[in-house]
Design a protein around this ligand. Structure first.
Ligand code: ADP
Length: 490
């Protein structure tokens, strides 16, 4: 039924630009044949063809001009005129009757053609306008769906008339069309600004509802799935030619990550300056003391101050090296010098070096025998230093630290175990992220920039190895890393 309606109803067909040639042709010829059959077959009076056919033809011309444009109207008009001439010819008109018939046919023909032209032209113009509008709508919708930001179009009352997929993605669910911003009190997410009693009164909804343009307003939102977001809203008003506001278009951008990065950057800057301040202040203090001591020629004390200066200068060097490594990783300039070496010897060197820095801990080595790897010796040493210094730093109570190297098929797995403060399950995945530090009250007291494990992870992964941790809060942690072994061929 619907298809027939779409096929025959000229209004339904407006805008699709599909104008048929054959339908008006066949329909008008059929009408003429039926009219002839009626005159000869039913009425038995050929002269009966008169007024009724004029009306029927006019109706056909109007219908086909409206359905198929100028062409449809013209075809109908021409067939009608030809049929009238056929009638004049077959009814053997003569004299005045003939002249009157021809005159009337020519006049009617002209009227029919005019009718076809005017209605057909109107229909084609409407077709073009509707088609253009439909195209614009399709373009607009396609562009809207492709945008990386969420879009909400509301009418001048604040009811949603259009949204896009990205908005659904940001908000975690679809805002239904017709949803009334600023009135519907059953919102699909909670806005956390000022904790309004009726959620629809929150400034987020109000912003999308009002008739004022909005630039860069930020809102905290909690989605139904519990995720907290920071979104930025920019709205502009859509006016008609008479400058009356008819709708508002709002762009919703998810800036949670950007905010988090900004926060990290700020934290990092304050931490980096804090970390750098400590060794610099100490350096300055020891240099001053040493100068005094040198003036008093007490060489024993001067030696002690010299050592402290050395320690603090080393700490400064480590901090700046870490910062440099991170910037190299970020800019893809982190390079390695590969060589073949025995990992056991690096473990021994590192443990020996670090044992000297702590009096409270004893570091034991287990199972590290000659195991050849092909890697950057200095970088692997750097990873071991990181893991061991963390083990020392985060286990002031536990005295023992175990370092073990175990072969597992084609890899060597190195572990560093401490019996210190441990790391909770939720933090374990995050500690390898750049700048990540556990910020529980217990950990807050430890110095550091949260870069060591991040750099270590980059080094190990670039050697096609893995790094991970097993830990129980309050009991201690074991950090592991694996490296492919260099197995002699044959
Ligand atoms: P930092 O400079 O803060 O030590 P790291 O990247 O080396 O940076 O470590 C990241 C975080 O992981 C630390 O801030 C700390 O909270 C946690 N962490 C690392 N090693 C240990 C460990 N052995 N025991 C407990 N926590 C640790």
């Amino acid at each position: 039924m619907n298809r027939i309606n779409r096929y025959l109803n000229p209004i339904e067909r407006l805008g699709n630009g599909e104008n048929s040639f054959f339908l008006p042709l066949i329909a008008n010829i059929s009408l003429s044949i039926l009219s002839e059959m009626y005159a000869y077959g039913i009425a038995h009076n050929p002269m009966i063809v008169g007024m009724y056919i004029i009306f029927l033809n006019a109706a056909f011309i109007i219908y086909f001009s409206f359905r198929d444009g100028v062409l449809g109207g013209f075809i109908s008009a021409i067939i009608t005129v030809l049929y009238y001439f056929y009638i004049i010819y077959t009814r053997h008109y003569s004299g005045q009757q003939f002249t009157a018939g021809v005159d009337t046919t020519i006049m009617l023909g002209l009227i029919y053609l005019m009718l076809a032209l005017i209605i057909g032209w109107l229909k084609q113009t409407i077709d073009k306008l509707i088609g253009r509008e439909a195209n614009e709508k399709i373009w607009l919708q396609t562009i809207m769906q492709q945008l990386a930001v969420g879009v909400i179009i509301t009418d001048n009352k604040g009811r949603i008339v259009q949204t896009n997929k990205q908005l659904e993605h940001i908000l975690g669910m679809k805002l239904p069309l017709g949803f009334h911003m600023g009135r519907d009190s059953n919102p699909l997410f909670t806005t956390m600004d000022n904790k309004p009693k009726v959620p629809a009164q929150s400034t987020f909804y109000q912003t999308l509802k009002t008739n004022k343009p909005v630039v860069g307003r930020e809102f905290s939102i909690q989605r139904k799935d519990g995720k907290n977001l920071v979104v930025q809203v920019n709205s502009s008003l859509i006016r008609n030619k008479k400058k009356k506001v008819i709708a508002a278009a709002s762009i919703i951008s998810d800036i949670t990550q950007q905010k988090e990065l900004e926060r990290q950057k700020d934290d990092f800057l304050s931490m980096a300056s804090h970390e750098l301040k400590t060794p610099i202040t100490s350096l300055k203090m020891f240099i001053d003391l040493q100068r005094q001591q040198l003036e008093e020629k007490n060489s024993q004390k001067a030696k002690y101050f010299n050592e402290r200066i050395g320690d603090q200068a080393n700490r400064l060097k480590e901090l700046t090296n870490d910062l440099l490594d991170v910037s190299r990783i970020q800019t893809n300039k982190f390079r390695f010098n590969s060589e073949e070496f025995d990992i056991a010897s690096v473990i021994h060197d590192t443990v020996e070096g670090l044992q000297g820095t702590t009096k409270g801990h004893e570091i034991f080595i287990k199972g590290a025998k000659n195991q050849q790897v092909r890697a950057d010796r200095y970088r692997i040493y750097q990873v071991l230093v990181n893991l061991l210094s963390n083990a020392i730093k985060y286990s002031s109570a536990g005295k023992k630290i175990l370092v073990e190297a175990k072969r597992d098929k084609d890899e060597i797995i190195v572990s560093v175990q401490d019996f210190g403060i441990g790391i909770s399950k939720t933090q374990q995945e995050k500690i390898f992220e750049r700048l990540y530090q556990v910020t529980d009250t217990q950990e807050k007291t430890f110095p550091g920039l949260g870069l060591g494990l991040y750099i270590s992870k980059q080094i190990i992964e670039r050697h096609k190895g893995k790094i991970w941790v097993k830990s129980t809060k309050g009991k201690g942690s074991t950090f592991f890393f694996s490296l492919p072994l260099r197995i002699p061929k044959g």
